[in-house]
Design a protein around this ligand. Structure first.
Ligand code: XIL
Length: 380
């Protein structure tokens, strides 16, 4: 249901009045209008859930998630090393809680991720002697993993990141164990197995650095190959781990267009905007790790206003871009809830103080949240 601009303005004013009237009795977190409501005619707004959210121990976090988000993704608990730590031994406890939370709150539920070279258990690729398994065994393990995990949540998880980070920034295929052992059929097989396990779940390819020309072309090529082979792929996830100068917004836009041209659902799947200096060229390669240096942690004591203002503008610019493409973009997901639990504090350098998300360390919505909400009014 699309509302017109005037109705939308009225809605926003009503919402602000409601907030003002109820603010006397409510806590600070309840005073902010909701992101998910503001964007309801555009795309769903997601966040990544961690252990404290899944097990319900982070009650303040849970309240914020219910208030602002209508889509959730598992930050870690569905990755193969967590969900199948040894062969045939599945640990579903946390993932079950994650899915139950999404269902109880009528949310769009995303499974992350089935086939990824990182955070995969060692056993997956080797036999008892530690030698690489044969192609047949590798395919069978992949099939069993996908059928078991997707099958368990059939009809409950709405979409799966079937394959994560398989293409390099130059467009070539990443030389993972899956690729090395199975060959370039492995992505096609992964999508086919996921489709077999749940024909109604949406199936996605997800990656970082999607603004890079090489990767953009490589992913387009991959999706075209899958489409030509009659393999179902429904969407492309652009992770969106960003910095103040990276990525270039016009390059990011080119990728949105290129993916939309393939009739893909485009999703921003792991958005955060770091304020910290990056050791080396900016990327989201999880294997990167740099030794702690004081000078690389400039905002441990707090964030200067001018830096914060520039950071806000960057969020606004990106959300404006997403609004411009809201016919093609189905979801924008933030990679985490508050600055206290963002992975950015410890990656690629452990022990820093970063501010990449929309909620601060005290579970307060940052002023940018209102600004992002306001943005929707001018985009009806
Ligand atoms: C990260 C998690 O946020 C961390 O908690 C974990 O230690 C490492 O992985 N790309 C992805 C995500 O697809 O799964 C990664 O998540 C971040 C980069």
């Amino acid at each position: 249901m699309k509302t017109n601009r005037r109705e939308s303005k009225m809605w926003f004013i009503t919402m602000l009045l409601t907030v003002a009237v109820t603010s006397c009795n409510s806590t600070a977190t309840e005073q902010t209008p909701s992101l998910k409501d503001a964007y309801q005619n555009k795309f769903v707004i997601g966040t990544a859930l961690n252990k404290g959210h899944n097990y319900g121990t982070d009650t303040l976090g849970i309240n914020l998630i219910k208030q602002h988000f209508n889509s959730i993704v598992a930050e870690n608990c569905m990755k193969s090393m967590h969900i199948q730590p040894s062969e045939g031994v599945f640990f579903f406890d946390e993932a079950d809680k994650f899915v139950e939370f999404g269902e109880a709150n009528n949310m769009n539920i995303i499974g992350h991720t089935l086939i990824w070279h990182s955070q995969a258990p060692d056993w997956f690729f080797v036999d008892e002697e530690g030698a690489d398994v044969t192609r047949e065994v590798m395919i069978e393990r992949m099939r069993n993993h996908i059928l078991t995990v997707v099958g368990r949540y059939k009809g409950r998880v709405d979409g799966w990141d079937v394959v994560n980070e398989a293409i390099m920034d130059d467009g070539s295929w990443r030389n993972t164990k899956f690729y090395e052992i199975i060959g370039d059929e492995y992505i096609k097989l992964a999508f086919q197995f996921a489709n077999e396990a749940d024909p109604d779940a949406e199936l996605y390819y997800n990656d970082y650095a999607m603004s890079a020309e090489g990767k953009r072309n490589g992913v387009v090529e991959l999706v075209k190959q899958l489409q030509a082979a009659g393999v179902r792929v429904d969407g492309i996830g652009m992770q969106g781990h960003m910095g103040m100068d990276y990525p270039d917004i016009s390059e990011f836009e080119k990728s949105i267009k290129a993916f939309a041209d393939l009739h893909m659902n485009v999703m921003i799947t792991e958005m955060d905007i770091t304020l910290l200096p990056f050791p080396g060229e900016e990327t989201a390669e999880v294997s990167l790790s740099a030794e702690y240096q004081e000078k690389m942690n400039p905002y441990a004591a707090g964030l200067p206003d001018d830096i914060n203002a520039a950071w806000e503008q960057r969020y606004i610019d990106y959300f404006q871009l997403f609004l411009n493409y809201s016919d093609n973009i189905s979801r924008v997901t933030l990679w985490g809830l508050t600055d206290a639990d963002t992975w950015r504090n410890d990656w690629p350098m452990v022990g820093r103080t970063d501010y990449p998300l929309l909620f601060d360390r005290d579970y307060q919505a940052k002023p940018v949240v209102d600004k992002l909400i306001e943005l929707t009014i001018n985009n009806e």
